[in-house]
Design a protein around this ligand. Sequence first.
Ligand SMILES: [Zn+2]
Length: 475
Amino acid sequence: MSRAEKTRIDWLATLANFKDDPDHAANDAMWSPRLDGASRDELVAIQNEKISVVTPFLYENSRFYRDRFDRLGLAPTDIATVDDLAKWPVVDKSEMTVDVEANPPFGHYTTMSDDLWRSRGWMQFSTSGTTGTPRVFRYSQIDREYWAWSNARALHAMGFTPADTVFMMSGYGPHVWAWAVQMGLAKMGIGIIPGGGMDGKMRAGVVERFKPTVLCCTPSYALYLGRVMQNMGLDPGATSITKLFCAGEPAMAIDPTREKLEDLWGARLMEFYGCTEAAPQAGGYTCAASGTGTDGPFLHLMEDLQVWETVDPDTMAPTAPGERGLSVCTNLISESSPQLRFLVGDFTTLNHAPCVCGRSHVRAMGCFSGRADDLINLRGIKFFPTQIEKSVRAIPGLGDEFQIILSSRTTDGMDVMKVVVEHPEHKDAAALIDQVVAAIRVETEVRVDVDVVAHNTLPKTEFKAKRVVDERVKV
Ligand SMILES: [Zn+2]
């Protein structure tokens, strides 16, 4: 037997060894008490065991990883524990892109040979490509079975039961989220209504007629559909919907946005977090305690399946405990695409203290407020579009939409920002403008110009908001 085959058998056996409660929840509180209720020491022991087996597997089966180990002068055995991970510099998207461009169309980071791909079965997914060429990932059937199980664990923690019916308002494109959620729901015996290829009115009709209890969509879409229903003379708050199950954009941690959605639908907002490259199933999920207690909104990260860290955005060095940084994920639940220290790149603060729900898995406090790529730098002051959202949405009477326009002043070349908001009394809005200016200044320390326009003037967001228009002259 070759070393490649031997290390693969060892890795798959290790994955199987930690797949507790494969088909059914053990009890109402936790799908898998040994994993979901593990102590910190137990979680680290699981991570160490997985890391010690995955690094030889990566070395023997992935060209990308073998070359990187060799280049760094490291042997696979040099990275055998969580503490050893610091020896491995983070892998970012650009390094993956270089690999894909040199070895199209999939790159060399997979652990699967062409023969194995042909015998294992696979499905192709792609990143959204908001910051460059979409990168494509194939995942094996074995991987998808692990997603179904791990997503079932996360959905169970969120309170999903077979009494629910989930309306999946996804286009079922190449994005991994909806597919992986559907696999988890099917495992749990939960009813699914596929809602791709419909417009808002048709979807409103489905809600009225078939009475789903859960909407699965982006937060922007949940808001959009609620407004569509109101325009049809229907009350979203009086429908069968009890849960808004969202991902793709931050919402849980933006208080006024969360309140707007929950008030509109009379339902509770829940959030999933992940990424195509390293956490295609639920990397993170809100539990029943998120957003209800003194800890505010947060996401649990599944630590028996991944190692989560935060790093300094400039130096990429690990941040001190409790300090804000960019998310980094080591994926320990994959046959075809395990990853060591992939820079997911969302800002958060990790908290290892136990949660009142009984889980000790690390929590991303304040959820993930924005990707480093979205950060606006205006004259050296850095802030996220979500901070503007928070300021604008906290002011009563403003419409759902707003726009952030960045430009360079023609007189002196200085970069400035204007925020456009909607309000019915847009013609005499001096007091309102003062209020918006002050709210944004408190949140971001930036002084902005504000324009108030009539309701329904700005383009309506359907799936994912694009609110920043950057017209600055680049120097
Ligand atoms: Zn919890």
